[in-house]
Design a binder for this molecule. Structure first.
Ligand SMILES: [Zn+2]
Length: 173
């Protein structure tokens, strides 16, 4: 699934535009939010490897929109605050379950936590993979979108029982 999502995002990137000053925005976000925990964030000019990762984060979010994903501001709410400093947990799960949140960087982490980029950067998460599964299902047994609705609604309820990180909450809720 992750491979398919990556391919879809790459294809969508090819038809997207890029605002020239996003790199300046990323620099400001990262130096403010990660300056305490990442010496690379304290440089007057970020190296290409770091800026590449920052661009990857923003472009993944934007490509998510092109695939039909809305902002999911509810996703970061599903992560307990104490987990943001739990190195093993946050590196495995991310500090938000969706790249479609505005969670930016894990600024709760402290230098002594030694949390790597995996626990600092937003990334495609459990919610995003589910969102694509839910949005692009193959359901040949139904003849119309309306006929699919009961099945799709039940699927959401089941996923939320399984893990609250499948929560969705956007600005219009
Ligand atoms: Zn957005």
């Amino acid at each position: 699934m992750r491979k398919l999502l990556s391919i879809l995002m790459l294809l969508a990137m090819m038809v997207s535009n890029w605002y020239h000053n996003v790199m300046k925005l990323l620099y400001n976000w990262y130096i403010v939010q990660a300056g305490a925990i990442d010496p690379e964030a304290r440089k007057p000019l970020f190296d290409d490897k770091l800026m590449g990762q920052l661009i990857r984060f923003v472009s993944s979010h934007e490509v998510g929109h092109t695939l039909g994903l809305c902002h999911n501001f509810g996703s970061s709410n599903t992560v307990p605050v104490e987990k943001l400093r739990d190195k093993a947990w946050v590196e495995a799960n991310g500090h938000t379950s969706s790249i479609m949140d505005y969670a930016r960087f894990n600024y709760v982490a402290q230098p002594e936590d030694n949390i790597s980029y995996a626990g600092i950067f937003p990334r495609i998460g459990i919610y995003d993979e589910w969102g694509i599964d839910w949005g692009y299902p193959w359901l040949p047994q139904y003849n119309t979108p309306e006929a699919e609705e009961p099945y799709l609604n039940k699927w959401i309820i089941e996923k939320l029982k399984e893990d609250k990180r499948y929560t969705f909450g956007t600005e219009t809720d």
